[in-house]
Write a protein that binds this ligand. Structure first.
Ligand SMILES: O=c1ccn([C@H]2C[C@H](O)[C@@H](COP(=O)(O)OP(=O)(O)OP(=O)(O)O)O2)c(=O)[nH]1
Ligand SMILES: [Mg+2]
Length: 148
């Protein structure tokens, strides 16, 4: 599929998101910074990408997810845990970066810090009912199928 992409800051032109391997699901997003950004433990910063996308089709959305290596090894994840990019959003892609670790982290200009995944979306219409058709699970949740 194709998605319209706008470059909002010329520095981002050299780093148009691309899939790193033929099977990649995520497109790495880079930090558009003038200088390295020191992120103290517990701090959250909103980081620019210099890019905007317009998905334009309500049958799709994009998710911003952490990169596994940064998240696991450095504690650098997202302040909103997951970013949701609506299909009608046309503004800059912004990344909320949260240092949940115990060490300072130095984010370098144009470092890859998160990834964008395009996903199909179903927009649901709600039909009000008094009773649901029976299902095998019914109302059982939170471990009701056993814990082992
Ligand atoms: O990590 C993110 C999350 C969201 N957005 C943009 C795209 C999204 O379409 C818009 C609104 O996000 P969301 O709906 O999650 O935030 P909200 O707090 O509900 O704001 P709004 O009232 O604008 O919907 O902000 C980003 O750039 N980065
Ligand atoms: Mg919203």
């Amino acid at each position: 599929m194709q998605i319209d992409l706008k470059i909002l800051d010329e520095r981002a032109r050299a780093h148009i998101p691309a899939y790193a391997t033929p099977g990649a699901a995520g497109l790495d997003l880079r930090a558009l910074l003038d200088a390295p950004l020191e992120i103290a433990p517990g701090e959250t910063h909103l980081v620019h990408t210099g890019l905007a996308i317009h998905i334009g089709d309500p049958g799709y959305a994009a998710l911003i997810l952490p990169r596994s290596g940064l998240g696991h090894k450095k504690g650098i994840v997202l302040g909103n845990l997951v970013g949701l990019i609506d299909s009608d959003y046309q503004g800059e892609l912004m990344i909320s970066v949260w240092n949940r670790g115990s060490d300072r982290f130095r984010l370098e200009p144009f470092e890859r810090l998160a990834q964008l995944v395009v996903v199909p979306v179903a927009q649901a219409a709600f039909r009000l009912v008094d009773e649901f058709d029976a299902s095998e699970r019914g109302t059982g949740g939170f471990g009701s199928t056993g814990t082992k």
